[in-house]
Design a protein around this ligand. Sequence first.
Ligand code: SIN
Length: 290
Amino acid sequence: MKFKHFTATRRSPHLGGFIDDIDLSQPLSQEAVSEIRSALLEFGVLFFRKQSISESDHLRFAAYFGELDEPHPVFDCKDEDPRLTVIESKGRAGDSEHQWHTDVTYQEAPSMGSILIARKIPGAGGDTLFASMYAAYDKLSKPIRNLLHELTAQHSIERGWGTALRLKPGGEQRVQKLKEAFPLMTHPVLRTHPETGRTSLYVNEYYTQRINELSELESDALLRLLFRHSQLPDFQIRHTWQTGDIAFWDNRCTQHYASHDYGAEHRLMNRVTIVGDRPFYNPPSFEKAA
Ligand code: SIN
């Protein structure tokens, strides 16, 4: 797709646009920023390859798209600016990234988007996979879609982080503090995108623990089905990183998974996230009529 300031190339049917002809170390015009926003809405995740940007360039680029999120409650962050999250793996698997998830859905207003840069990558492996939750929704059968319209689900920080944190000294106290800061959060099971108006499936295996309107047995069975469905390779793109590559994903309609297949090698990523809004669901009019 040709824009005035760059070209975005599609490599997978449902998501992923590759942009190789824009330099993010330089300030961008409003017109270029608005084209990048349009490309994000179209592709769900954008890959800007082999950029050479500083941490302050990273923050400046993210700030074009909205207010930046507060420091992440669990990941390490940079002393110089705690809005720069450090996602690092050295000698052991990371805690959360190698699970399918949408970022911070235990929050009332999860991030709108995340901008991740590869600072150090292993010799081989360490890819990140992204999945379109629009495509996941579109591929559900009509009876299942009809069932989901009225449902809401609980998202839990403990479900995501509890096990890994409890393995560390002082872990139990940390988990209790996180639960106080982030009580169980209810979101609709289907989400209307606030900019495109499209519907996406909005449950993720890492944080979603219970469908409110169903019995425990029904909820477990339906969530298992939705997790399996949302993780089908049909809806995915996989990115093999090179140092300097940047991924910018729309956290309102995607999930991602960082593969930990590189043993004890060092992988270092920095991430900045942009403040989002509270998820809502407006059934499309043709669904209402059904
Ligand atoms: C994340 O889950 O935001 C990090 C993904 C990655 O490290 O590839």
